[in-house]
Design a protein around this ligand. Structure first.
Ligand SMILES: Nc1ncnc2c1ncn2[C@@H]1O[C@H](COP(=O)(O)OP(=O)(O)OP(=O)(O)O)[C@@H](O)[C@H]1O
Length: 383
């Protein structure tokens, strides 16, 4: 005599899925729009389609096994299959709105079509090549030339911009706006300003994305001519987040002359191809040490790395990538960074100071093109 096995129902399976919380958001996956489909076969086997919030979600295994356990507990279910998919941009936006209680997202002003702020992401392949030093000196030089400048220190592991610029202030909050401290005429916001003491930042992708979005949208920058973003070395989550949040941001690649550094820098720069961003140029740092006795240049890190990176990126991107300048090794640059006085201000005639000022002038002279921008005017009807 055949035993009467109940056929599982759609609502019973969905009720079981409602007991599964997203491990990061801590809310039921059914409330978050993560359940894509539920299919129940005659033999009681159930196939559940699940949307992950992002590609390569590190919680995919946990979500998978929680769904299997929950659905298997429904009477009549013989087996469970889980098919993972990834949310579209629109679905992610909807989820974000749900999480904010229906409030629309604040916009990133620099990403708006009418924005005239030039945004530069300062990127490198390897750490320690002088990316932050270049960022703060260019920022201070541009501010000294009368431009309104902001810096976002998004280098989560090596956030050193506040020290190099000499800002020890904390940002203050006015209503929903964060007011950035400033030094030498440069407004600065750093991930280090939001962590206690010298604690390391152990945030993962979505947290970093959210922090960066806040830095760009909730910080009161005012009208900026230039915004520089100091990115962490390499081609990580932050670079992709920046590309999503400010698609018009251009990339400035910093490298040393060394072959190995140049290869990694080229890899970091070539992310621009995937993100459809423009590379404004390459800065070669630590390009030789002037001998203190005879002024002859000693190529401590070899030579030609900057040009090699520029040539490689020109080839990869199909657009001309210039070398914007070469900065020699200079004790005064390092001292300036340690003391919070950028060398372009404390010793503008030093070899490193002069080289950085030249690069700043090249960048400062550029205008953001108006082509493709909405001018906010409408044609009048002919009478
Ligand atoms: N041209 C230079 N001459 C002398 N010292 C330099 C030069 N460029 C950078 N330095 C020193 O090298 C060290 C590393 O520089 P910096 O912190 O700017 O690198 P970085 O690429 O931002 O590093 P990370 O990404 O790992 O934080 C600092 O102490 C800085 O003062």
């Amino acid at each position: 005599m055949a035993t009467d096995i109940p056929q599982p129902t759609d609502s019973a399976v969905r009720a079981a899925l409602a007991t599964v919380n997203d491990p990061e958001i801590h809310r039921p996956i059914t409330d978050l729009g993560m359940v894509k489909s539920v299919e129940i076969a005659q033999d009681g086997s159930v196939t559940v389609g699940i949307y992950l919030t992002v590609q390569g979600c590190p919680m995919r295994e946990t979500i998978h096994s929680s769904v299997v356990t929950a659905v298997r507990s429904v009477p009549g279910v013989s087996e469970v299959h889980v098919e993972l998919d990834v949310m579209s941009d629109a679905q992610r936006k909807e989820l974000a709105t749900t999480l904010r209680g229906g409030q629309a997202e604040r916009e990133v002003p620099f990403a708006q079509p009418g924005s005239l702020t030039r945004v530069y992401c300062v990127a490198s392949g390897k750490g320690g090549v002088g990316k932050s030093s270049v960022t703060v000196n260019l920022a201070a030089a541009l501010a000294a030339r009368g431009q309104k400048v902001g810096v976002v220190d998004a280098d989560i592991y090596g956030h050193s911009v506040p020290r190099m610029l000499g800002t020890d202030g904390r940002p203050t909050q006015v209503e929903n706006m964060i007011m950035p401290p400033s030094a030498h005429g440069v407004k600065v916001i750093s991930i280090g300003m939001f962590t206690p003491g010298n604690a390391p930042v152990v945030w993962r992708g979505p947290m970093l994305h959210r922090a960066l979005q806040q830095f760009l949208a909730d910080v009161y920058w005012g009208d900026l001519d230039v915004l520089l973003l100091d990115l962490p070395p390499g081609t990580g989550d932050i670079a992709i987040s920046v590309a999503q949040l400010v698609p018009n941001a251009e990339i400035l690649v910093v490298t040393t002359p060394q072959q190995a550094a140049a290869e990694v820098a080229e890899r970091a720069g070539s992310i621009a191809v995937q993100t459809h961003q423009k590379i404004v140029g390459v800065v070669e740092n630590m390009s030789g040490l002037p001998c203190p006795h005879c002024d002859e240049m000693v190529d401590v890190f070899g030579s030609g790395g900057g040009q090699r990176v520029a040539d490689g990126l020109t080839k990869t991107t199909g657009a001309e990538v210039p070398v914007l300048g070469s900065i020699p090794i200079d004790v005064r640059l390092r001292e300036g960074g340690d003391e919070g006085k950028p060398v372009v201000l404390s010793d503008p005639d030093s070899p490193a100071g002069a080289a950085l000022l030249k690069i700043a002038d090249a960048l400062g002279g550029r205008q953001r093109g108006l082509s493709g921008l909405s001018l906010g005017i409408t044609p009048r009807n002919k009478f």
